[in-house]
Design a protein around this ligand. Structure first.
Ligand code: ADP
Length: 322
């Protein structure tokens, strides 16, 4: 392993803001709430439209910045009208955007979502500019990978880019927290750089090759421990929505409580969790403390509608946890 304890910060207990490099996707979500989903060829009227800034990479970068980290985001935006507004939003959150490219030849990553408010939806995603986050872009970001206390990754950019990032992280001994989401492509090569793995129960089942129906809050602890040992990770966290989480490290398996709140929209709950977790670990906190901080941040996020708009700031997280 690159690091043999669970501490991510270079100086355990230090008070400085942890420096974290988040590499991944940025999407604009175009969302229609419709009275019912249209049949083929049908036009449904009376829809309500929302536009939201999302994408797991940018969400986690924003979550980590608002939770108190010094964040560099590496990603790509497109040639559409929203790109500049998106970039300004990232800067307003204090992110270093030197490694965010504005692609001239493609639109930004976009998700087209239609939902009926009763649990059924149509979803489609155009990766757009996210496909431009190539291994060469990872090479160009080597300095910010080397200098970070940790790197945070998800699975919405090309697989070969994540593999290059893991090689660079291993070379510079920078620990990586991997949010293996979505778990559509299970082909990522194992890497000693993956210090921590964060997944929800569906992703955990996919990674373990198990039937998702067989993973519940009782069996998740053993699964987290198995994924940790098989992957050679320092820790694995499996999030379980309103049932909280389980986490495994060398000391064993523990449960993390979710806070009881009025949830209105769980979009970006997992992203908020990952961003906040990385910051707390970077501050030298224990895994149990970091999981509690992340659960507080994500509980606040589910009380608001939207992706980036729902992510709380550190002051709000701290006063909620009191
Ligand atoms: P994902 O969005 O990746 O599927 P989860 O749904 O497991 O992730 O949520 C991540 C974390 O967000 C949970 O571990 C929990 O702490 C918090 N969370 C999610 N849903 C709720 C909820 N309804 N009430 C309180 N906390 C929640």
């Amino acid at each position: 392993m690159v690091h043999d304890d669970v501490v991510i910060s270079h100086e355990p207990g230090h008070q400085m803001k942890p420096s974290i490099t988040v590499i991944g996707s940025a999407n604009v979500d175009y969302i229609m709430q419709v009275p019912h989903l249209p049949a083929k060829g049908e036009t449904v009227m009376d829809a309500s439209f929302f536009q939201a800034f999302g994408g797991k990479g940018a969400n986690q970068a924003v979550a980590a910045a608002r939770a108190g980290g010094e964040i560099t985001f590496v990603g790509a935006l497109g040639n559409d009208a929203t790109a500049k507004v998106y970039l300004e939003g990232l800067k307003a959150d204090g992110l270093n955007t030197d490694h965010v490219s504005m692609e001239r030849d493609t639109a930004g990553g976009s998700a087209l979502i239609m939902f009926d408010g009763q649990g059924d939806n149509y979803l489609s995603v155009a990766p757009g500019a996210n496909a431009c986050v190539t291994p060469e872009r990872a090479d160009a970001a080597e300095e910010v990978i080397a200098a970070a206390d940790c790197v945070v990754l998800q699975m919405e950019i090309p697989l070969e880019t994540n593999e290059r990032i893991l090689e660079l992280a291993a070379k510079h001994e920078t620990p990586v927290i991997l949010n293996y989401a979505p778990a559509n492509n299970l082909g990522l090569k194992p890497s000693e750089a993956i210090h921590g793995l964060v997944v929800n129960e569906l992703e955990a089942a996919a990674l373990a090759g198990e039937d998702a129906d067989r993973v519940d809050s009782d069996s998740a602890g053993a699964l987290a421990d198995r994924l940790r040992k098989n992957g050679g990770h320092q820790f694995v966290v499996i999030t379980l929505g309103k049932d909280g989480s389980v986490f495994a490290d060398a000391a064993g398996v523990q449960r993390g409580k979710a806070f009881v709140v009025d949830a209105v929209d769980t979009t970006a709950a997992g992203d908020t969790f990952c961003g906040a977790l990385a910051v707390a670990l970077g501050e030298g906190r224990s895994l149990a403390d970091a999981v509690r901080f992340a659960a507080g941040a994500s509980a606040l996020s589910v009380m608001q509608v939207g992706a980036q708009s729902s992510i709380p700031r550190r002051e709000a997280i701290e006063s909620f946890l009191k």
